[in-house]
Design a protein around this ligand. Structure first.
Ligand code: S3P
Length: 190
């Protein structure tokens, strides 16, 4: 495994990272970072399957993430996320978009790093909030959070998660448009 190596450079400044071609390409980051949108496009262009951990869990349990949080609670949802990683590590290399909190529970970040290349889509809190207020998707961790509290809530979440996220192989400044981010990624790995 991981015998063919491509060097990806200049994704951020002079950072050089090795893409383990046989592994998954894993996108992590906060809600609103663009993981699913970019992941889908990346999958299409690289002819790899696209996997979204939230969708996989919803399909498997036949419930929305919102319903799982309500009926079973967050800790049970975190167990489902972890169990899903056991499945994904045995699947053929794809592009995986990972729920925002997944890397931060049950030592999942170390497991993700062993499954392929982990890319952190880093977006400023202001931009995340702008995107999240436009997005109609239900997000349990944002239930009942007024627009006024959005920035401080997101800041607090990010503070808890940042040290995990930055362990990624690649950190991409993702305040830009989907096309710009995609172009940058593709120019390096395609
Ligand atoms: C969560 C993010 C969501 C989803 C769940 C919990 C989080 O996924 O997994 O609502 O803890 O940040 P997205 O990052 O795709 O919004």
């Amino acid at each position: 495994m991981f015998d063919e190596i491509i060097f990806i450079s200049q994704l951020i400044g002079t950072q050089k990272v090795m893409l383990k071609k046989d592994g998954h390409i894993i996108l992590i980051g906060m809600s609103g970072a663009g993981k699913s949108t970019i992941g889908k496009q990346l999958g299409l262009r690289l002819e790899r399957s696209f996997i979204d951990t939230d969708s996989r869990i919803e399909n498997h349990y036949k419930k929305s993430i919102q319903e799982i949080f309500q009926s079973e609670g967050e800790s049970e949802f975190r167990k489902y996320e972890s169990q899903l990683l056991d499945e994904l590590k045995n699947e053929s290399p794809g592009v995986i978009s990972v729920g925002g909190g997944l890397p931060c529970h049950h030592q999942n970040m170390s497991r993700l790093l062993s499954m392929g290349i982990v890319i952190y889509l880093k977006v400023s809190v202001e931009e995340l909030c702008r995107r999240l207020t436009q997005d109609q998707n239900d997000r349990p961790l944002y239930n009942g959070i007024s627009e006024k509290k959005m920035v401080s809530h997101t800041n607090n979440l990010l503070k808890k998660r940042q040290s995990t996220y930055v362990r990624s192989d690649i950190v991409i400044d993702s305040d830009f448009s989907v096309e710009e981010i995609l172009d940058e990624l593709l120019s390096e790995i395609a």
